[in-house]
Design a protein around this ligand. Structure first.
Ligand code: SAT
Ligand code: MN
Length: 581
């Protein structure tokens, strides 16, 4: 029950439409979480993992057809099609609503309807925004408890503010033919049917904190971005905060909780978030950021002692695993973890080494942020943290150097808008093809990208104290197909250069596409990267870049008249510099 009439009226309407047997208002308590786990254990939604090695850990096996986001079934329903833009699937709001109404009709018969009030961001932060998710999935309730500030405190804030995002979710029959994720940004509303998985079902995450929030951020003058947030502490104790955007499954979680190499005495990475970042210009003109989430929904495969020891340390208790494999003694297992052989694959069948990976490539862990050894209490700061550097990055085998710095805010926006990356298993579709993924927001921007770039550009005039913008690529390969850069904790070497650039205490080489380090300025002590490899990692192939600038031009023009003139001007400037080179 609630004192907020708008909320109660909506609950009543949904109840009437979906016909649940029961309604449960979530209070967000530990007791409630335990009750949810017990219910899932009794109905097969959870499998208990080894409680001696992994106390409080459970495994969820999703429907095998429901293992990732579904971008082709995800829609942004603005009243004008152009407002959604070529980057989104669009349906007229009335048509979308009527389709969804047919799907939702009677769908909760025999089920309990859970009402989840949640707050994205610290409960007392002016940057935070609230929502209410209605769902018939106890798995969603359990995940939302770890991923958001969920329950009574959020409800009190909603009742006080009188405004919230309405998210309606049902797993339906988990039928891919009857699955849609609809967004109505003008009405701050989400409707998701037919999937129980991650970003399709935990509506606070991609649906609210990115698609709806990006739309809202534009009208209110802030930024909702697909970025991790870290604090980089240098030996003098100073902490620089960095926000970095990479597409799904490109290593944001690893970077967010990295441990610096052993020769980086006195350096430390503090973790504030691994996926989403909301930023606003503060009174001091700097960009201040919060992580709207309270937990991590990270990719399991590849997570190992060598790649991400902090993640392993936080995953041995009180975590939910989705679609991982299991060892004979009931421990979670995935490819890349270690050389044990699992007993059971992600579908629950006896593991057959010839039958594909044991863990699904998009298998996940859900865990509360505070369990991370490098967790920073600043993640709770209502004012957020001031951002010194914004980093864009994609997965590119060729062309794109290890790191480059933009020469201005507008140039940085061009770098973000021109981002491209090889696709990953985080979406149900082909993996490994290069596609444009501006600011890593291709699947998540709730409005026309052209307007989104204009919004980014508008900050140039708003403040003289904006962060520097960089672009990185950890994924370059040599002619034998081997990675040229070791990645993971060694990325600290690049972060160090970025932070030193922010402090103005290291130089750079000017190239037509941006500034790169003098090869000697990236510390290679303790790694086996040959100077020739380092040179190649920082090399700009002018001819190939001319082709890339043409492709970027074509891409920007595909947004037609709405493409901001300043972005065109910036692209022309870089193209000219390449021609003169
Ligand atoms: O959208 S999910 O939360 O399922 C994962 C991702 O794509 O980043
Ligand atoms: Mn993500």
């Amino acid at each position: 029950m609630t004192t907020l009439k708008e909320l109660q009226t909506w609950i009543d309407q949904v109840t009437e439409l979906t016909q649940p047997d029961d309604i449960h208002w979530c209070d967000g308590s530990e007791e409630e979480y335990r009750g949810m786990a017990d219910l899932l254990l009794s109905n097969g939604g959870f499998v208990e993992l080894n409680q001696e090695t992994h106390p409080g850990c459970y495994l969820h096996r999703s429907d095998p057809s429901d293992v990732a986001r579904v971008e082709h079934l995800t829609f942004v329903c603005t009243s004008q099609e152009e407002d959604a833009g070529p980057n989104n699937n669009w349906l007229a709001p009335d048509e979308a609503r009527s389709r969804m109404k047919d799907l939702f009709r009677g769908c909760m018969q025999g089920r309990t309807m859970y009402v989840i009030p949640y707050c994205m961001g610290p409960i007392d932060s002016p940057l935070s925004r609230c929502g209410v998710e209605i769902t018939d999935s106890p798995y969603v309730v359990a995940n939302m408890k770890l991923m958001t500030r969920m329950g009574s405190a959020a409800l009190r804030r909603i009742e006080r503010e009188g405004t919230f995002v309405k998210g309606l979710h049902s797993i339906g029959e988990l039928d891919p033919e009857r699955r849609f994720i609809m967004h109505f940004p003008e009405d701050l509303e989400i409707q998701s049917f037919g999937s129980g998985y991650g970003g399709n079902a935990l509506l606070g995450k991609k649906c609210h904190a990115l698609r709806i929030a990006s739309y809202q951020a534009r009208t209110e003058g802030w930024l909702a971005e697909h970025m991790l947030i870290v604090g980089v502490e240098s030996p003098d104790g100073e902490v620089h905060y960095v926000a970095a955007a990479f597409p799904s499954a490109c290593g944001k979680t690893n970077l967010a909780m990295m441990i610096p190499p052993s020769n980086y005495d006195g350096w430390k990475i503090w973790t504030l978030g691994d996926d989403i970042c909301w930023m606003r210009v503060g009174d001091d003109g700097r960009l201040w950021a919060i992580n709207p989430e309270a937990g991590f929904f990270g990719v399991a495969p590849g997570t190992a002692e060598k790649t991400n020891p902090n993640a392993l340390a936080m995953l041995d208790h009180d975590a939910i695993f989705t679609n991982v494999a299991v060892t004979a003694d009931g421990q979670p297992w995935w490819e890349g973890l270690d050389d044990r052989v699992p007993a059971t694959d992600w579908k629950g069948n006896p593991y057959d080494p010839d039958g594909g990976p044991a863990a699904h490539p998009n298998s996940r862990f859900t865990v509360h942020m505070s369990q991370c050894p490098s967790y920073s209490e600043k993640a709770e700061a209502p004012e957020g943290v001031p951002i010194s550097a914004i980093v864009f990055g994609g997965r590119r085998e060729q062309l794109v150097p290890l790191v480059m710095e933009s020469v201005s805010w507008n140039h940085g926006v061009l770098m973000g808008a021109a981002m491209a990356s090889e696709t990953t298993a985080a979406n149900i579709d082909t993996v490994g093809v290069v596609r444009r993924d501006p600011m890593a927001m291709k699947p998540f921007c709730g409005y026309n990208f052209a307007d989104y770039w204009a919004h980014w550009l508008s900050f140039a005039g708003a403040s003289g104290h904006l962060p520097k913008i960089f672009h990185v690529n950890w994924f370059r390969k040599d002619s034998d197909g081997r990675f040229m850069w070791p990645g993971f904790g060694e990325n600290m070497r690049v972060l160090e250069w970025i932070v030193r650039r922010c402090k103005n205490d290291v130089g750079a080489v000017e190239t037509p596409i941006g500034r790169v380090p003098h090869p000697g300025d990236v510390d290679l002590d303790g790694i086996s990267v040959e100077p020739a490899t380092m040179k190649a990692l920082l090399d700009i192939d002018v001819e190939a870049w001319r082709g890339e600038l043409d492709a970027i031009g074509e891409y920007l023009e595909s947004y037609g008249d709405r493409t901001p003139a300043a972005l065109r001007v910036e692209r022309q400037r870089v193209a000219r510099a390449l021609n003169d080179a």
